[in-house]
Design a protein around this ligand. Structure first.
Ligand code: PEP
Ligand code: MN
Length: 258
């Protein structure tokens, strides 16, 4: 597979973008294999976390800097755009140097203003868009205020709803499409939805993804892994590459509402 053939497969729709890939970059093989299937299924962007925010400091913290090369190799082989979470001055610098196409700020860091300021400044020079995940406890004005910190330097901000803390233990988080829609209306920014971290379980990914497209959002972020049961992080919510392909086919039946 080369870049030319993938170019034909991609149906680039600037109002609707699907970002997919593993929770964490684990090996070059896992990243390249994921990128091929994600691109073939019609997604435009490959995601993978290199520096993982983990609850337990003794748990695996991600592959780190060596995975920059794996992501670059995936991009070289398939032509797909690449994105990851940057969480510090040095990781912003490293990812921009490695020519990541989009950076994202994770939910836990999304109200850390010095980081928002720094990522806004550094990405504006290269005109790299920044995805701002919603803090899991952020109200609408806090989320939009955080976006403004980045927008003061770089207007190219994409908001991402990823579920908020709720009382219900049967899902990891509670998907709050209502506030996400208000964010889209009030900010005028594109809003994408990370259904994986909202649900925390595989069986809800497909129905929620269909709902997101029907509700007129600008895209999705979905975790998918070649062997989800063996994933080193977020195993329960990652879907197989085959199920991801099926999801992308089903999404085609939902007209883009934007
Ligand atoms: C992720 O996307 O891998 C992630 C850690 O997400 P969040 O910051 O939304 O928890
Ligand atoms: Mn994850």
């Amino acid at each position: 597979m080369n870049i030319e053939t993938l170019g034909e497969i991609h149906e680039i729709d600037h109002n609707w973008t699907v970002i997919a890939g593993p929770c964490a970059a684990e090996s070059e093989e896992q990243i390249v294999q994921s990128s091929r299937m994600v691109a073939k299924s019609g997604a435009q962007v490959l995601r993978a976390g290199l520096w993982k925010p983990r609850t337990d400091p003794d748990s695996w913290q991600g592959a780190g800097e060596k995975a920059l090369e794996w992501m670059k190799e995936a991009k070289r082989q398939t032509g797909i755009a690449i994105t990851t979470e940057a969480n510090s001055t040095s990781t912003i610098e490293a990812t921009l140097k490695a020519e990541f196409d989009i950076l994202w700020v994770g939910s836990r860091n999304s109200t850390y203003f010095p980081l928002l300021d720094e990522i806004g400044k550094q990405t504006s020079e290269k005109q790299v868009p920044v995805i701002l995940k919603r803090g899991m406890g952020s109200e609408l004005d806090e989320w939009l205020g955080a976006a403004d910190y980045i927008r003061r330097h770089n207007p190219n901000v994409i908001l991402c709803e990823r579920g908020i803390k709720g009382f219900n233990k049967c899902t990891r988080n509670t998907l709050d499409l209502q506030t996400a829609k208000l964010a889209q209306i009030e900010s005028g920014l594109p809003v994408i939805i990370d259904v994986s971290h909202a649900a925390g379980r595989r069986d809800l990914i497909l129905p929620m993804a269909l709902a997101v497209k029907a509700a007129g959002f600008n895209g999705l972020m979905i975790e998918t892994h070649p062997k989800p049961d063996l994933a080193m992080t977020d195993s329960k919510q990652q879907i197989s590459l085959e199920n991801f392909e099926n999801l992308m086919d089903k999404l085609k039946t939902i007209p883009n509402q934007i």
